[in-house]
Design a protein around this ligand. Structure first.
Ligand SMILES: Cc1ncc(COP(=O)(O)O)c(C=O)c1O
Length: 361
């Protein structure tokens, strides 16, 4: 078996080894058909069965209610920064956005090209280390929807509860938290997520949209971004990213085999706890995020002496712990603990951090 190391990359991130082995076994000859999944028509019965099953498994994993559509689209989460306002434009010419870090800021900038954005709350004043309390939000009466980023992949800030925004459709960029635990989908109007963290390979984006929100699109919305058109065509308006869709389906089966998102919740909580507890107990490492909103998926941390950063990264890599460098915009370190990263990886990381601190304190 290949020598697979522990991969803490924020995205594209680790995929389950079992899934890659299955894809490898099926690569040349998918289920005795004499060709690979990548080489067959997306309209063939075989591929359609794969697509339908992936959706069914995803719906089951996330308990998606019947009045929600699940769309398999392209363009990444960043395309959704435009798709959301354009698909919901007729709900109102204004929308509320919550600014909790780099990804929400990008969503705000893009939405601002299509409608008036009211930044109803911002973590800027506390250096993006704490989510403003719901009581401090200034939602506007005329906003068509409220957008937030449940998990800021770069800053490591996560909402541990779903905010209450009354009757307004709540829109969430769940790119880096989807499938990490159960979520009450019925609290949302639209959820979107790039695939390359907990879903599968890059190239695929999932959108979950409440049916009654289809039909509020801007007249100038490009057909390929239109949720209603995607829904009416079973996400096959044009050629979808078939291999990513197939692989996501394998990941969903793997998740089901592991006990689903309930089981993942327990494991993910334990993984994050272990790492934060060690960081908090040590004098050598630090995490700046308020205890009330620390991300389970992305744990940024700094060394007390940043001149040791390169040495830390190099020795970590030699120890089989890959991709621990922080995002280029913030520096430091970041360990992403998505579903496919096993608990042993966190144990190995903590062991390495202890050893490194002992030798360099
Ligand atoms: C929270 C969040 N939103 C959006 C994006 C952008 O995703 P994509 O590269 O799929 O457009 C990312 C990427 O890491 C992300 O973490």
């Amino acid at each position: 078996m290949a020598d697979r190391k522990f991969n803490f990359c924020a995205g594209p991130s680790a995929l389950p080894t079992e899934v890659l082995l299955q894809a490898q076994a099926e690569l040349l000859d998918w289920r005795g058909k004499g060709l690979s999944i990548m080489e067959m028509s997306h309209r063939s019965d075989d591929f359609v069965s794969v697509a339908v099953e992936a959706e069914r498994d995803f719906r089951e994993l996330m308990s998606v209610p019947d009045n929600y559509k699940v769309l398999f689209v392209q363009g990444g989460a960043a395309t959704q920064f435009a798709s959301v306002p354009l698909n919901l434009l007729k709900l109102g010419a204004e929308a509320d956005y919550i600014d909790t870090g780099i990804w929400s800021k990008k969503a705000i900038a893009e939405a601002g090209r299509y409608l008036k954005v009211n930044v109803a709350a911002s973590a800027k004043d506390n250096g993006y280390s704490r989510i403003p309390a719901r009581s401090e939000w200034r939602l506007s009466e005329s906003a068509g929807y409220v957008h937030y980023t449940p998990n800021e992949t770069i800053g490591g800030v996560e909402f541990l509860d779903i905010p209450d925004v009354g009757d307004k459709p709540l829109v969430a960029d769940m790119s880096s938290t989807i499938l990490s635990r159960p979520v009450d989908i019925s609290r949302f109007g639209v959820i979107y997520a790039g695939a390359q963290k907990n879903i599968g390979p890059a190239g695929l984006t999932l959108v979950i949209v409440r049916e009654d929100l289809l039909g509020y699109a801007s007249d100038s919305l490009p057909t390929m971004l239109n949720y209603k058109v995607a829904s009416e065509n079973d996400s096959m308006v044009n050629t979808p990213p078939t291999f990513s869709w197939y692989l996501a389906g394998l990941v969903f089966k793997w998740l089901k085999g592991k006990g689903g998102v309930q089981a993942m919740e327990a494991i993910n909580c334990r993984k994050a706890d272990k790492l934060y507890s060690y960081i908090d107990d040590s004098e050598f490492y630090a995490n700046p995020i308020d205890l009330s909103c620390r991300s389970w998926m992305n744990v940024p941390f700094t060394l007390k002496d940043d001149s040791l950063d390169q040495k830390f990264l190099q020795e970590a890599e030699e120890a089989g712990l890959l991709n621990l460098q922080g995002h280029r915009s913030v520096g430091g370190m970041r360990a992403s603990l998505y579903n496919a990263l096993p608990e042993e990886a966190v144990d190995a990381l903590v062991g390495f951090m202890q050893d490194f601190a002992g030798r360099n304190a």
